[in-house]
Design a protein around this ligand. Structure first.
Ligand code: R1P
Length: 280
């Protein structure tokens, strides 16, 4: 284990952050974030040259390179709110000024969007398990099992750039724009039924749709990215997000897996184009 200078915001002797292992100069001000490191590798191959690359011991991996003369970082962050939180904070700590941030993930559709479509999030709520509900002390019967937050909006300009660039690359019919829900579990708070656990989640999708009728997708990071972008105090983080629909939950029809690498490259390139065509 490395030695750190502080318990509040730990940096090692080389000035690298605890989890992402990035230091000043490692990240460009244009950042593309994904969950799966293979997706990140595929996109980094589109760079003309590479300037920095690092794989941390905590599941983060980033590559900074030059795409058509513009510095961009692609970073894989794994899954979920804690990883998204550590990534945004540690990236911002070493990246002065404004940041353009685009997530390119995967998602499930909870209504009409078929598998294979790329969904761009106009905004995202956060769906979290209300852990108190399962406490053994006191009467928990009145408590809601899940909390559904307000919607945190995407940056409108960056989001529009992502939509138009994707439409140009993969066609209008393969791009959808709607509200996303980011959940703190792949299972319970996304309404999946797990016979081994008491989850009280039979109607979570209905509850989300009652609150946000145009909510179409579930994944696990976008809401946290938009939330943190909204409360960043040092420079602006302008965030947008899109995700390949891997499953349509109502039909259980999944994406043709042979098409995923092709889609990742096409959509990844489209997002790089959107990033270089947006002023910071
Ligand atoms: C769950 O399988 C993971 O896939 C989705 C979810 O948000 C979660 O991270 O996105 P990624 O493919 O970007 O990881």
């Amino acid at each position: 284990m490395r030695e750190f200078n502080s318990s509040n915001f730990p940096l090692d002797a080389d000035g690298r952050t605890y989890h992402v292992e990035c230091r000043t100069g490692d990240f460009a001000n244009r950042v593309l974030t994904v969950g799966d490191f293979q997706r990140a590798h595929r996109i980094a191959k589109l760079f003309d040259s590479i300037t920095v690359t690092r794989k941390s011991t905590r599941g983060f991996e980033f590559t900074t390179g030059i795409y058509k003369g513009v510095p961009i970082t692609v970073v894989s962050i794994g899954m979920g709110f804690p990883m998204a939180d550590m990534f945004v904070r540690e990236m911002k700590a070493v990246t002065p000024g404004n940041v353009l941030l685009v997530r390119f993930g995967s998602c499930g559709s909870i209504m009409d969007v078929p598998a294979g479509v790329v969904c761009v999030a106009k905004g995202s709520c956060l769906v979290t398990r209300n852990y108190s509900k399962w406490s053994k002390s006191g009467d928990q019967s009145a408590q809601n099992p899940y909390n559904i937050s307000p919607v945190f909006p995407a940056d409108p300009e960056l989001s529009e750039k992502v939509i138009s660039s994707l439409e140009k690359s993969i066609g209008q019919d393969s791009v959808f724009s709607g509200i996303n829900a980011s959940a703190d579990s792949f299972y319970s708070s996304q309404g999946r039924i797990d016979p081994n656990f008491d989850d009280c989640n039979d109607d979570i999708i209905n509850k989300i749709r009652e609150q946000y009728p145009d909510c179409e997708t579930f994944e696990m990071e976008t809401g946290m990215l938009f939330h943190l972008a909204s409360c960043c105090k040092s420079g602006r983080i302008r965030a947008a997000a899109c995700a390949m629909t891997f499953f349509q939950r109502s039909t259980s029809i999944g994406i043709d897996v042979a098409k995923v690498p092709v889609l990742e490259e096409q959509a990844g390139k489209a997002i790089l184009e959107a990033l270089i065509n947006t002023q910071i």
